[in-house]
Write a protein that binds this ligand. Sequence first.
Ligand SMILES: Cc1cc2nc3c(=O)[nH]c(=O)nc-3n(C[C@H](O)[C@H](O)[C@H](O)COP(=O)(O)OP(=O)(O)OC[C@H]3O[C@@H](n4cnc5c(N)ncnc54)[C@H](O)[C@@H]3O)c2cc1C
Length: 376
Amino acid sequence: MPHYDIAIVGAGIVGLAHALAAARRGKRVIVIDRDAQANGASVRNFGFVTVTGQQAGDCWDKARRARDIWAEIVDEAGIDVLQRGLLLAARLDESEAVIDAFLRTPMGEGCERLTIDEARRLAPALRPEAGRFTLYSPHELRIESRTAIPLLARYLEVKYDIEFRRSTAVSAVEPPRIETSTGVIEAETVVVCPGDDFKSLLADRIAAYNVTRCKLQMMRVVPAQRVSLSTAVMSDLGLGRYLGYAELPEATALKARLDREFKPERENGIHLIVTQSEDGSLIVGDSHHYSETPDPFGLERVDRLTLDEMDAVLNLPGRFITERWIGTYASAPNRWRFTDKPSDALRVVVVTAGCGASTAFGIGEETIEDLYGSAA
Ligand SMILES: Cc1cc2nc3c(=O)[nH]c(=O)nc-3n(C[C@H](O)[C@H](O)[C@H](O)COP(=O)(O)OP(=O)(O)OC[C@H]3O[C@@H](n4cnc5c(N)ncnc54)[C@H](O)[C@@H]3O)c2cc1C
């Protein structure tokens, strides 16, 4: 029976991040996933590796480290960085105070307020009235997740000799023994990165974190004439939702106004993110609905609210929609992630907010350091 130093269950970004961190420490790694190809949140997202706006403290720290690791590996892994930075275009008076307060925090370092003319140089389709108060951040990277995740897995296979066992469901883990649908695997240590599957493995331990799921509706929009967005674009609604802004005292007035004047958007957890793919199409979202088992149906009225916000911010005459999809991620009250330790040789790592693409590499390093000690 092949024997590994460490087995990772789950080949989403959280699992791959742990595989990379372990391989960099010289460990013999196997990654096991029940799907034949990546199919979870990690390939359904915006591919928006976000630093600015993440919650102050641990989340922002992990996001900065993760962004640096993405930057280290993209070239070698053959992953294109399609956009850099973030333009948050705000039109409400109350947003100005939030942006200025954010810029005064340590998280505002490197960020700046842009005039509308400066902002439109980065995003010419921006409506002047939508960018009265614009925050620019240089810290973000945008990759195309549906191609980047397979490329990352391939990079791990080729560069680090990591073995991938796909189409294999794991039914029990008690290191060194791992029971799977394709036989028993042995590994000294196991890290379970199950995404939003809370029931297949260690269900009682995961349940202690009061986990639920968050459902998001996403669209791909094609402008009739190609537009250039060199950064991702967000709007006032992002200031009310991303905790790095929304937890600032100055955000209280903005959130009250959003609750009054953007009631349906707030009730459906809508905030605008627009990223651009290589072919010029835009990934547009998103909404947030929480439930243990989210229904699989995309509601037109929810997409309509997101599109109305996009049209208020960007001028895209004749735009049309070519794809719609739903994604789900793990969610838990009052925490954005957890690492559970059932035994010395076993960890369960779950990101419980919509920031796994932005933070997983930082978390992976932390877990591997906890298991094997600090790197020399
Ligand atoms: C629509 C959407 C948009 C988002 N946008 C962003 C964004 O722009 N930026 C950002 O940072 N984050 C974003 N997120 C959040 C981010 O995508 C998630 O936090 C992240 O992908 C979670 O990664 P994961 O590896 O934990 O989960 P997943 O990608 O879901 O992977 C979990 C894997 O575990 C496998 N698995 C589970 N149980 C077993 C088992 N018993 N046996 C074998 N395999 C198993 C599954 O098959 C799956 O492949 C978004 C999420 C969604 C849904």
